[in-house]
Design a protein around this ligand. Structure first.
Ligand SMILES: Nc1ncnc2c1ncn2[C@@H]1O[C@H](COP(=O)(O)OP(=O)(O)O)[C@@H](O)[C@H]1O
Ligand SMILES: [Mg+2]
Length: 370
């Protein structure tokens, strides 16, 4: 098999065979509700069960990604940045597989330390992959490139969705070890998360980035019931609102920069339905041309100058950049979909954009497992 041959250039044959064996095994998805119920009793016994589950589940998920990273079209697999990412996956696979069976609390604790370290190893996967795609884009003739974007885009959707799941599982397991968890917190899950509060913090953070970049920032008004709460993962919601608000701020800022009108505020509306909590982010930033709409959820489309280059330091640029990666919308949509929600963008060119972020309240949708 061609894939095997390439991998074996730098990795022992036994490891590659192991990766293929595990990559063919069935993944097991969990739901928000399951994680919440299971995690509400973080006894030593439950932590042991959780670690045993991850010991089997993580190598399956990681092996799949490693295999896919080897078989990307148009030479993407051979780009240095992509090889780096692939090596992180192989290293993590090896770490997991060389950990013997988890039998007692001592094993469980050592295992938890190890997966914590795996999570750190993979911190920069997104900007590193972005760099790889950038390298591909730069090296190729735009004429042959266009038909291919779809395939790469779909791969990245699968790849990042899987990453969200892996990080959620590891993060949840590690967080369950907190000896004094704050009230209503189960690992990563806040059982009484106030979407208004998270929207407010995320908006303030986005305004901070905007202020730094432009020297001023439009106002943001948030409407909804401040006492309403539901179970969700606050950092996920924070990330989505942060990205959407940054987009709105940029659009409004750039539209009104030379105008004598005061920039109209961005409006965030939080609605609590029975099935969904929907957060609408509305701006008067001029909207998106209809011809551009099919591209906004791809990983290569941005109307801002890219901040990525071979020498950039990801650690500092990652979250602090206003725009330019083209990753804000597709990644936010994946986070929404991960727990059964969705993200839609409606634009009125010449006026503004509405982003509808739907979050499923039921919590029993299974992780989508690519
Ligand atoms: N609220 C908005 N108003 C106008 N254009 C937008 C808005 N949100 C997104 N866009 C367009 O979609 C593109 C992709 O957005 P995104 O995925 O967040 O990447 P980035 O912000 O890094 O460019 C933006 O570059 C912009 O052209
Ligand atoms: Mg953006």
């Amino acid at each position: 098999m061609a894939v095997k041959k390439k991998l074996s250039e730098s990795f022992p044959k036994a490891l590659i065979e192991e990766v293929h064996k595990w990559g063919g095994m069935k993944q097991t998805g969990v739901s928000l509700r399951y994680m919440m119920e299971f995690g509400s009793k973080p006894t030593q016994r439950n932590l042991l069960i959780s670690a045993q589950f991850l010991h089997k589940e993580l190598p399956i998920r990681i092996a799949r990604r490693a295999i896919e990273l080897e078989s990307l079209p148009y030479g993407l697999s051979r780009k240095p940045a992509v090889l780096k990412v692939r090596d992180w996956y192989l290293d993590s696979f090896r770490d997991l597989r060389s950990f013997s069976d988890i039998k007692d609390t001592k094993d469980e604790q050592a295992f938890t330390q190890m997966i914590k370290m795996i999570k750190v190893r993979h911190n920069n996967v997104v900007p590193t992959m972005a760099l790889g795609v950038q390298q591909l884009k730069k090296d190729s003739n735009p004429k042959n490139m266009y038909p291919n974007l779809d395939e790469i885009h779909q791969f990245l959707d699968r790849f990042y969705m899987s990453r969200i799941g892996i990080r959620m599982l590891i993060g949840q397991h590690v967080a369950l070890h907190d000896p004094n968890p704050p009230p209503d917190v189960v690992g990563y899950i806040h059982t009484k998360m106030s979407p208004m509060e998270v929207a407010r913090t995320a908006s303030e953070d986005a305004r901070g980035v905007c202020l730094k970049e432009y020297g001023s920032a439009p106002d943001i008004n948030i409407y909804g019931d401040p006492s309403f709460t539901f179970p969700y993962v606050p950092p996920h919601l924070h990330l989505m609102v942060f990205e959407l608000v940054k987009n709105s701020l940029r659009a409004v800022q750039e539209r009104f920069v030379d105008s004598d009108r005061v920039a109209p505020p961005i409006r965030i509306i939080v609605a609590d339905g029975l099935e969904d909590v929907t957060i609408k982010i509305s701006d008067e930033g001029g909207g998106i041309p209809r011809s551009g709409l099919p591209k906004i959820f791809t990983y290569l489309y941005s109307t801002a100058k890219t901040p990525l280059d071979e020498h950039s330091n990801f650690d500092s640029t990652d979250a602090m950049t206003m725009a330019g990666y083209g990753y804000g919308l597709p990644i936010s949509r994946l986070y929404a979909r991960y727990f059964g929600g969705d993200l839609q963008i409606i634009s009125m060119e010449g006026y503004g954009t509405d982003a509808y972020l739907h979050l499923s309240r039921l919590g029993d949708s299974q992780e989508p497992l690519p």
